[in-house]
Design a protein around this ligand. Structure first.
Ligand code: PGA
Length: 255
């Protein structure tokens, strides 16, 4: 069975954007509406993950545009004494449909382990959100030839046992490519995405064949067309270039 996977272009605003940044979202909505009027149905799911402070307002603003929203992280629990944390259910209540878990910045800044990432992904699924589970090697790990082993071990530890009713997304983001302007070669991306697909199919059979595998790390208008055309690259997770509607819509047009 061949799977037709609708690509996802996801914007991760990270810790950027105050209320005024919603004007970029309105501009993105307008530009996407114009594109669909000119060229027919949109070929990708467009997702924005703003800071939690903007999620409810962004979700309301996006409702009429077809853009969907997501959180950047969630706590593995449902509620309780966890000052400063946000549960997956709270994100869903604020309009989110997705949540990023295990981003390398969380793994580095907050010492998140695969087991914690897996618990967060489980909490997301339980709350009706689709988790975007991030994996990726450091520069040192790639240089020492360990990139695939590292990613395989992150996949094994971070993805919950799943079935067809519990969709999830994987994002491959080499740590050394995030925010640096450097990207792997197309051949390196192709090799890693094929490896991830094989791991997903081995573990989840047909469900694994249909999972979106996003590429992330310095995805820009200038390289989007080439990267998004690679086999088993089913969309992108975009940081810096998602902050301005002009750049982000250029990436969406590249699909
Ligand atoms: P970047 O970030 O596009 O700014 O490299 C990607 C990410 O961290 O998701």
């Amino acid at each position: 069975m061949t799977h037709i996977i609708t690509p996802i272009i996801a914007g991760n605003w990270k810790m950027n954007g105050v209320y005024a940044a919603l004007t970029e979202l309105a501009a993105l909505g307008a530009s996407l509406a114009q594109d669909s009027a000119e060229s027919g149905a949109r070929r990708a799911i467009v997702l924005i993950c703003p800071p939690a402070t903007l999620l409810a307002a962004a979700s309301t603003l996006c409702a009429a545009t077809g853009i969907v929203t997501g959180g950047q992280d969630c706590h593995p629990g449902k509620s309780g004494p966890h000052t400063g944390d946000i549960s997956a259910g709270m994100l869903a209540d604020a309009g989110a449909q997705y949540v990023i878990v295990g981003h390398s910045e969380r793994r580095t800044d907050h010492g998140e382990t695969d087991a914690l990432v897996r618990a967060k992904a489980e909490a997301a699924v339980a709350a009706g959100l689709k988790p975007i589970i991030c994996v990726g090697e450091t520069a040192a790990q790639r240089d020492s030839g360990e990139a695939e082993t590292v990613v395989e071990s992150q996949l094994a530890g971070s993805i919950p046992d799943s079935d067809a009713a519990q969709p999830f997304v994987v994002a491959y983001e080499p740590v050394w490519a995030i925010g640096t302007g450097r990207t792997p070669t197309s051949a390196e991306i192709a090799q890693m995405h094929a490896r991830i697909r094989a791991v997903l199919v081995a573990r989840f059979a047909q469900v694994g064949a249909g999972v979106n595998i996003l590429y992330g790390g310095s995805l820009k208008p200038a390289n989007a067309r080439e990267i998004l055309a690679i086999e088993h690259v089913n969309g992108g997770l975009v940081g810096g270039a998602s902050l301005l509607a002009k750049d982000f819509s250029a990436i969406i047009s590249a699909v």
